[in-house]
Design a protein around this ligand. Structure first.
Ligand SMILES: *[C@@H]1O[C@H](CO)[C@@H](O)[C@H](O)[C@H]1NC(C)=O
Ligand SMILES: *[C@@H]1O[C@H](CO)[C@@H](O)[C@H](O)[C@H]1NC(C)=O
Ligand SMILES: *[C@@H]1O[C@H](CO)[C@@H](O)[C@H](O)[C@H]1NC(C)=O
Ligand SMILES: *[C@@H]1O[C@H](CO)[C@@H](O)[C@H](O)[C@H]1NC(C)=O
Ligand SMILES: *[C@@H]1O[C@H](CO)[C@@H](O)[C@H](O)[C@H]1NC(C)=O
Length: 432
C-alpha cells in the first residue's frame, strides 16, 4: 500500500484502494504475511473470530493459511500475485490449475468459504511502468472461465484490486475525475467484463453496480505523520462512518470495506517509506495498538491474540563500557539495521527520542531478535552484550521487542532457518 503526500492526507480517497466487487455486509481486514516471524495461522484465525471480522483478504493462496480458515465461516478473498498474472493470463490450463488447487480443493475438502479471487494486486500502479497492463485482462478472463468450468461461477467472484491512482481528477475531487488516460480503454473493458459476469465495480454511468473499499487504514509508526493517535482517529472515524451507512456523496448507502491491515509485517519493503511495516491495528504479535471499536465485540474493545509463544526475556544492547566513537559502532549499526528493522528510529517515530546509546542498542536488539536470539547475533565486536534487564524506556511508546517463537509451516516452506544460518555466515564473514 502506498503512502499519501501531505497534500492528500485529508483526502481519504487516495488511501482507499478500490476493489471491484459485489456488495456483502460486515467488516473485513487484510491479512498480509510478509513477516520474519508470523503468528501461526490458527492463532490469527481465532484473532479474526474474536474480533468479529466476517471477511478477510489475502494476497496469495497459501495452503496453511487457507487450511486454518476452513470451517471458520469467514468469507475469504484469495489473491493471485502480480508475478503469476503472465502465467494464468497466458494459458487457460495454468488458470484451471490455479483454480483447482487454490480454490476448488479448499472449498470441497476443507470447507473454506472462498468468495472472491483478486486477480493481481494493484497491477496498474504507475510505478510498475505498465509491466502488467497487457496481461491483467487476459488473466481475469481466464480465471473467470476456470471458475465457471469448475462449477463455481456463482459462488466465487473475480475482481481486480486497483489503487486510487487509476483515477485522475482535474478538479481535485473524486467526482470530477475519470480513469487515467493511459489505461482509460482498458479500465472500461474490465468494468464491462465485470459487469457482464456480475462481479461489478463502477464509476459514473454504471450507477447500479456496488463498490468495495479493498484497503483502508493508517500506519502507526515510521513517519512523523504516523502514530497511534492519528491511526485511532482515522480508523475509528472510518468505522463510525461506514456503520452509519452513509457512504459517499456519489454513492450513498452502505460501503463494504477491508481495513488495512491486521498485523504489522517486518519483512515488507520499506521503499515506499518506513511506515510501510506499521499498518497493523495489531502489533506483529497480536497486541492491540490502540482502542478501536469495530462494533463487533461486547466490550467494544479489540481482543488480543491468544496463545502467543515468545522467546526468552532477553535483549541485546550496547555495552555500557563501549565508547560512542568506537569505529565499530557505525558499521555495526548499519549492518544490523540493513538486515533487521530500524523503521521506528527516525525523526518523529516511536523510538525517535532515544539517545545515541539507546539508538544503537535498539538496532542491535532488533537484529538479535530477528535471528531468534542466537548468541552469535549479539557479538558486535566488543560493543554489545546480552541483558535480562528490559531496556524499554519507561516513558513514551518505544518498545524493545522480544520476538515470538518461529512458526514452521506444515508444508515446510518456512525460510527462517536458512535465513538465520545465512545471516550467521554473513556475520562471521564481516566480523571475523
Ligand atoms: C496456488 O497458490 C500458491 C500461493 O500463491 C502458488 O504458489 C501456487 O503456484 C498456486 N498453485 C497453482 C497450481 O497455480
Ligand atoms: C520504472 O522505470 C523507472 C524509470 O525508467 C525505473 O527507475 C524503475 O526501476 C522502473 N520500475 C520497474 C518496476 O520496472
Ligand atoms: C505484453 O507486453 C510485453 C512487452 O511489452 C510482451 O513481451 C508480451 O508478450 C505481451 N504479452 C501479451 C500477452 O500480449
Ligand atoms: C538515531 O537513529 C536515527 C536513525 O538511524 C537517526 O536519524 C537519529 O539521528 C539517531 N539519534 C541519535 C540521538 O543518535
Ligand atoms: C575489546 O576491549 C578490550 C577492553 O576494553 C580491549 O583490550 C580489546 O583490545 C578490545 N578488542 C577489540 C577487538 O577491539
Amino acid at each position: 500500500m502506498g503512502w499519501v503526500s501531505a497534500r492528500d492526507r485529508v483526502n481519504f480517497w487516495l488511501v482507499c484502494l478500490l476493489c471491484m466487487l459485489c456488495s456483502v455486509s460486515g467488516i473485513g481486514v487484510n491479512w498480509g504475511t510478509q513477516s520474519s516471524h508470523s503468528l501461526p495461522p490458527d492463532i490469527i484465525v481465532n484473532l479474526l473470530k474474536d474480533n468479529g471480522f466476517q471477511r478477510v483478504k489475502l494476497f496469495d493462496a497459501d495452503y496453511g493459511t487457507l487450511k486454518a480458515l476452513g470451517k471458520s465461516g469467514i468469507e475469504v478473498m484469495v489473491g493471485i500475485p502480480n508475478d503469476m498474472l503472465a502465467s494464468v493470463g497466458g494459458s487457460m490450463k495454468a488458470a484451471e490449475k490455479w483454480v483447482a488447487k487454490n480454490v476448488s480443493a479448499h472449498i470441497t475438502s476443507n470447507n473454506v468459504n472462498i468468495r472472491y479471487v483478486a486477480v493481481g494486486n494493484e497491477p496498474f500502479l504507475e510505478t510498475y511502468n505498465g509491466s502488467y497492463l497487457n496481461i491483467t485482462y487476459p488473466a481475469l478472463r481466464n480465471i473467470q472461465s476456470a471458475l465457471v468450468k469448475a462449477g463455481l461461477g456463482s459462488q466465487v467472484k473475480v475482481t481486480v484490486p486497483l489503487n486510487a491512482d487509476v483515477y485522475a481528477s482535474s478538479s481535485g475531487y473524486p467526482s470530477g475525475g475519470d480513469f487515467r488516460a493511459d489505461i482509460h480503454d482498458l479500465m472500461l473493458m474490465i468494468v464491462n467484463f465485470l459487469s457482464v459476469s456480475s462481479a461489478p465495480f463502477t464509476k459514473n454511468g454504471f450507477g447500479n453496480l456496488p463498490i468495495i473499499v479493498g484497503e483502508i487504514g493508517w500506519p502507526t509508526d515510521g513517519d512523523r505523520n504516523a502514530d497511534v493517535e492519528y491511526a485511532r482517529r482515522f480508523n475509528q472515524g472510518f468505522m463510525s462512518h461506514i456503520s452509519g451507512g452513509r457512504g459517499t456523496p456519489m454513492r450513498p448507502g452502505p460501503i463494504d470495506a477491508y481495513l488495512f491491515s491486521l498485523i504489522d509485517e517486518d519483512d515488507k519493503s520499506s521503499a515506499p517509506g518506513n511506515f510501510e511495516r506499521h499498518w497493523g491495528i495489531f502489533t506483529f504479535d497480536g497486541e492491540a495498538k490502540y482502542p478501536l471499536n469495530l462494533g463487533t465485540t461486547n466490550s467494544g474493545a479489540l481482543v488480543p491474540a491468544k496463545g502467543v509463544k515468545y522467546l526468552e526475556r532477553k535483549w541485546c544492547v550496547m555495552k555500557p563500557s563501549a565508547r560512542l566513537d568506537d569505529p565499530q559502532v557505525e558499521p555495526s549499526v548499519s549492518y544490523a539495521c540493513g538486515l533487521a528493522d530500524c523503521t521506528s528510529l527516525g525523526y518523529g517515530t516511536s523510538c525517535g527520542n532515544l539517545d545515541a546509546r539507546g539508538n544503537i542498542s535498539y538496532a542491535f536488539n532488533s537484529y538479535f531478535q530477528k535471528n531468534n536470539q542466537l548468541e552469535v547475533a549479539c557479538k558486535f565486536p566488543n560493543i554489545s552484550m546480552i541483558t535480562k534487564t528490559d531496556p524499554t524506556p519507561t516513558a513514551g511508546n518505544c518498545k524493545f521487542e522480544i520476538m515470538i517463537q518461529p512458526y514452521y509451516e506444515s508444508a515446510g516452506r518456512d525460510l527462517s532457518v536458512p535465513r538465520s544460518l545465512w545471516t550467521w555466515f554473513m556475520f562471521l564473514f564481516i566480523f571475523c
